[in-house]
Design a protein. Structure first.
Length: 271
């Protein structure tokens, strides 16, 4: 710093310079002291805020763990997000459209549906002595009322139902949808309840003679908008471990004797 001193002020210039210098020094020391005091307060504030953040982080970590569990439950073994398919929508997907000219379904139906995880590479041809000469298998996460059936493995995760297409070279003639599990979260007649909600009409044609409350083996005719009339064999069994379900979709009316083990009398329908 430079000071300009006029000649007439020379006797006082040294004093003034010293006074100014001392004043600046005091101000500087005061600023340093204030700065140190302010820095100490800031450190205390930072430490207090850090403690708050650590507490919040503990809560966030718990939430993240739960989110990870949910995400893991919605991931396949390949790490891809699992798409889900409503049970009634799955039935409709593999029912014949009203404009269909034949009574077989195209093997390609559902081939590109992201919710269906195909195990078969194309069509698997079987022994000609079997009922069906061709089969195509898949797994699908099925939802009922928007929720999948969960199973406990390392974590909770949606259970995959099995989907099997049966037929011949001309096309699919039967589709089996199997819950493939006994679950306390799966109720008997859940498909019929979903049919009621979706406005799908159905009529009971055959049933098991006992018609026990915890077991059913029945044949229905069903009809929905934009779909041809279809038939299905609907089986469920409930016990202490929960319920299981198996649905077989048929594109042709069952012939007399196809389900000879079932009675053709009108068994009571419970909902």
């Amino acid at each position: 710093m430079f000071f300009h001193v006029e000649p007439e002020c020379k006797p006082y210039s040294a004093f003034r310079v010293k006074h100014v210098t001392l004043t600046l020094l005091k101000i500087t020391l005061g600023c340093v002291s204030f700065g140190l005091h302010a820095s100490t307060n800031e450190v205390d504030a930072y430490e207090e805020r850090l403690a708050q953040l650590e507490a919040e982080n503990a809560q966030i970590s718990k939430r993240l763990l739960r989110l990870e569990q949910l995400v893991d439950g919605l991931n396949t073994h390949t790490g891809n997000k699992v798409e889900m398919l409503d049970l009634v929508q799955l039935v409709k997907l593999y029912s014949l459209p009203s404009h269909a000219q034949s009574n077989v379904q195209d093997w390609r139906i559902g081939a590109n549906n992201p919710a269906i995880n195909w195990q078969s590479d194309g069509i698997d041809w079987q022994d000609s002595a079997s009922e069906y000469s061709a089969v195509r298998k898949a797994e699908v996460i099925v939802t009922i009322d928007g929720k999948p059936i969960e199973v406990l493995k390392k974590r909770l995760q949606p259970h995959a139902w099995s989907l099997t297409l049966n037929g011949a070279r001309a096309g699919v003639s039967s589709v089996v949808i199997d819950a493939n599990i006994n679950s306390p979260y799966l109720e008997g007649e859940s498909l019929l309840r979903q049919f009621d909600k979706a406005g799908v009409d159905y009529t009971l044609l055959q049933c098991d003679e006992l018609n026990a409350a915890t077991f059913a083996d029945r044949v229905y005719r069903y009809q929905a908008k934009a779909l041809k009339t279809g038939w299905m064999r609907y089986e469920y069994s409930c016990g202490s471990g929960g319920c299981s379900q198996r649905i077989e979709l048929l594109y042709q009316k069952p012939k007399d004797g196809d389900f000879a083990e079932l009675s053709s009398v009108a068994c009571p329908k419970s909902k």
